[in-house]
Design a protein around this ligand. Sequence first.
Ligand code: NAD
Length: 402
Amino acid sequence: MADRSKTIVVVGTGYVGLPAALMLARAGYDVVGVDINENIVRAINEGVMRIKEDELQSLMADPQVRTNLRAQSTPCEGDIFIIAVPTPLDERKKVADMSYVDDAVNSILPYLREGNLVIIESTIPPLTCRERVTPMIEEATGLIVGDTVFLAHCPERILPGDIFHEIVHNDRIIGGINEKTREMAAGMYETFVKGEMFLTDDITAELAKLMENTYRDVNIALANEFAAVAEGLAIDGQEAIRLANKHPRVNILSPGIGVGGHCIPIDPWFIKEIDPSNSRLIFASRLINDGMPARVAARIRRLTRDVSSPKLVIIGASYKPDVDDPRESPAIEIVHLLREDGYTLEHYDPLIEGMGYSSLAEICRGADLLVVLVPHRVVLDELERTRPEIEKEMHTSWIVVF
Ligand SMILES: NC(=O)c1ccc[n+]([C@@H]2O[C@H](COP(=O)([O-])OP(=O)(O)OC[C@H]3O[C@@H](n4cnc5c(N)ncnc54)[C@H](O)[C@@H]3O)[C@@H](O)[C@H]2O)c1
């Protein structure tokens, strides 16, 4: 049974840390959210929820949460420390940028006491707990990891847009450095997790998390490669995939314009980083998916090559349909490539603040090509409803939906 009188210090209160802090505060723990971003600290203390999800907004307003959760810009003493800071890709070296994790771990070292549990929720390369965080803790505190202080990797799987449901109902991997650590970590998560919890060691947890997004990346690369072969044959790749998927044991994903977001295009590199010789398929998949924006830009160039100074309207800037997140978006890269080529283009996305538009018909007035790079439901619906009006307004009425 978890001891809810404990203090939990959550370092990094973004998409991952804040929902966890809210859940733990509602479960009855005393929770301190720590963030180097003063605006985030202020918002939490004022009860303002920055993540646009109704249930999280309500959770932030819950009286129990308001009582149990406070935020500050530096850590303090506690019983459990959760690290949920970014682990972006070092774009030049294609390895994990561990500077945020290093800073976060360093920031808690002065407050670590015997019996504390440190949980890394950030996505990290295998061996980070053993070879990076353990020596940091032991050298600075004199505590022994696994004996007098405890360290676990409990990766997060939430999908932004559905965080409230997923943080509770997803199955969870608890990767403790030893049995006692696993039990301590599981005891905390069981206060709000309804999914199954799988207890394992830290290295297995680190690799399993990376495998999940790598699996998606490799399968998307396969679909993109199939689509390229179909294009070479001048047939409809989507149709070929649809037919192949009629096989009872085949499930090819949909090809697209590339892979975006802050997880799928990044996590596979963390596997390659630690074992390049066994990551050839992973590496090839990354190259295929990263090469998609250039392929799409080339396709748009081919489509418009007979028009002098074509005018393009491009819809979509988020990394995937129906979300408002433009991080690592292949659509933005495609627009960048076309702008570099000197194309006249207008770029909109109805889900992204500051990129909205009046109506497709109006923004397509005089255009030669309308390209929907990110097929948001709302855009497809409008296209279906008003296609004749849009085509009437266009100079050359080409409409391409990816
Ligand atoms: N967002 C997701 O859907 C998701 C899903 C699974 C895993 N992850 C992983 O979780 C980790 C966190 O991702 P996120 O989306 O929550 O990032 P985020 O950018 O939304 O939030 C991270 C927060 O950490 C703060 N921060 C940075 N350094 C700090 C420090 N030294 N001390 C205190 N605060 C600090 C930042 O100001 C920011 O508010 C990453 O490793 C990510 O890969 C994210």
